[in-house]
Design a protein around this ligand. Structure first.
Ligand code: FES
Length: 193
């Protein structure tokens, strides 16, 4: 079944004819970063960031310029859709690493992952609803007590993770990736930058 997504990308897997040992179709079309960014609706810096994380790959031209395979567009669509669901980039990378030839996810792949991520989403919603409901206890209190407030140190779970500032929610929930506060190294001074 063909499931091209308007970008000429085979949807149910690139296999058989036209595939080289590295999994790249011999007739692959390559696009410049600006073309990919424009068509994918992201900044070129985002492409570089995704590439740095190993989510997408490029090749270099003779003039040392980046080029991306056209099916990178589908890959970016997948990454963006997953991010919209709150899936952390590390988890998205794991899913992509599981695909043969690092090909973009097909319809079938996306349906399978969407099922898994829907249950993740359900869990996060449940957790957030519980957080919201418990927050009623804090409204009008304001103590922020390290021993009494369920939000400053829930169940003292953070103490088990070691000394220093810790996050409120597990990083794996995709909502707290940037909230984690690193503990300063012993003897280090706070930076003003
Ligand atoms: S602020 Fe007092 S219990 Fe949370």
């Amino acid at each position: 079944m063909s499931d091209t997504a308007g970008d000429g990308i085979a949807g149910d897997g690139i296999k058989g004819d036209g595939i080289k040992g590295d999994g790249i179709a011999s007739d692959a079309v390559w696009l410049k970063p600006g073309q990919v960014a424009r068509r994918a609706g992201v900044a070129v810096s985002t492409l570089h960031y995704y590439e740095q994380l190993g989510l997408i790959r490029s090749r270099r031209t003779a003039g040392d310029r980046r080029e991306y395979r056209r099916d990178t567009l589908r890959l970016i669509a997948f990454i963006r859709a997953s991010q919209t669901l709150g899936i952390p980039l590390a988890r998205i990378k794991e899913a992509l690493d599981d695909l043969p030839h690092q090909r973009p996810p097909t319809k079938r792949d996306w349906a399978r992952l969407a099922r898994v991520w829907r249950s993740d989403l359900d869990e996060r919603i449940e957790r957030l609803v519980a957080l919201r409901d418990n927050l009623a206890n804090c409204i009008g209190c304001g103590c922020l007590s390290l021993s009494a407030c369920p939000y400053t140190n829930p169940g003292d779970k953070l103490g088990a993770e070691g000394p220093g500032a810790r996050r409120l929610l597990p990083a794996s929930d995709g909502l707290t990736d940037r909230r984690e506060v690193a503990s300063p190294a012993p003897g280090s001074r706070p930076s003003n930058r």
